[in-house]
Design a protein around this ligand. Structure first.
Ligand SMILES: [Zn+2]
Length: 262
């Protein structure tokens, strides 16, 4: 199932009651957000949204539209509880994360959003106030506790503001071995066993870890070449570093993002 449809089925479908839905009635409609043709949608419903740049109505499938919709179920975006100037939108919760499993959904909030979403008397799903690195640690601990039946999982590290980019980067996490962290900026695959090994190394041998981290970051950023003499020397002197370096993802961006979260 397409991840945006999975999000709809598991979490956002009730928001359809608040949308002015149109039916495709068998017509070919292409969603302006996910670019999918209506025959691939999990629903026949869409919304005509006014596009702020084009100044015209564009069709957006109901699952994508759930990111755009201002809903009382996400508290208030602006204003005060007495005088709300706009309701919260799932696709505009910049700095907040989201975990969706087959069993439950959790919005990972920061203090500002937590307060604003909590003004709702019928919040869309459970809130957990953890942000930054703690949000990631919370997610990893949760994923490790899940049963096979709880998958697939969607993990969005930052709901951000760029809805179309976010939808295009959504990838389902299918097991507890590799967590896929999605945002408008991309999707990073995080090997959780490797992350564990790196964290153990960082704790057990702080001195080597500091050097290891610097070499890996410098090599991934292109500041030094893989054949750098000092790098080679270090790897030869630290068998554990060499072993772990060989396990790191080949892609420099993935390497850097993994090193950041150890
Ligand atoms: Zn769509």
């Amino acid at each position: 199932m397409d991840p945006i449809d999975y999000l709809w089925k598991r979490l956002t479908e009730p928001l359809g009651d608040e949308m002015v839905l149109q039916e495709t009635n068998g017509d070919d409609v292409t969603c302006y957000c996910c670019d999918r043709k209506s025959k691939y949608w999990a629903t026949d419903s869409y919304v005509n949204r006014q596009d702020s740049y084009l100044k015209m109505d564009v069709p957006v499938c109901a699952p994508c539209n759930a990111l755009f919709l201002g809903t009382q179920r996400l508290g208030i975006e602006k204003g005060t509880p007495e005088k709300p100037a706009g309701f919260g939108k799932l696709g505009m919760l910049a700095g907040c994360g989201l975990i969706v499993t087959a069993k439950e959904s959790i919005i990972l909030t920061n203090p500002g959003w937590h307060k604003r979403i909590s003004y709702s008397d019928n919040v869309l799903c459970r809130l957990e106030m953890v942000s930054g690195k703690s949000a990631f640690e919370y997610t990893v601990a949760l994923i490790k506790e899940l049963e096979p039946a709880d998958f697939p999982v969607i993990y969005i590290s930052d709901l951000g503001r760029k809805k179309a980019e976010l939808v295009k980067n959504l990838i389902l996490t299918s097991d507890s071995k590799v967590l896929i962290s999605c945002s408008a900026n991309g999707a990073a695959r995080i090997d959780l066993e490797l992350l564990d090994e790196l964290q153990t190394f960082a704790v057990n041998d702080k001195k080597s870890w500091t050097k290891f981290k610097k070499f890996i970051n410098d090599a991934s950023n292109g500041r030094i070449s893989p054949s750098d003499e000092k790098l080679q020397e270090f790897m030869a002197s630290s068998p554990e570093s060499l072993r772990l370096a060989r396990l790191l993802p080949a892609d420099p961006h993935e390497k850097l993002s993994l090193m950041r979260i150890v």
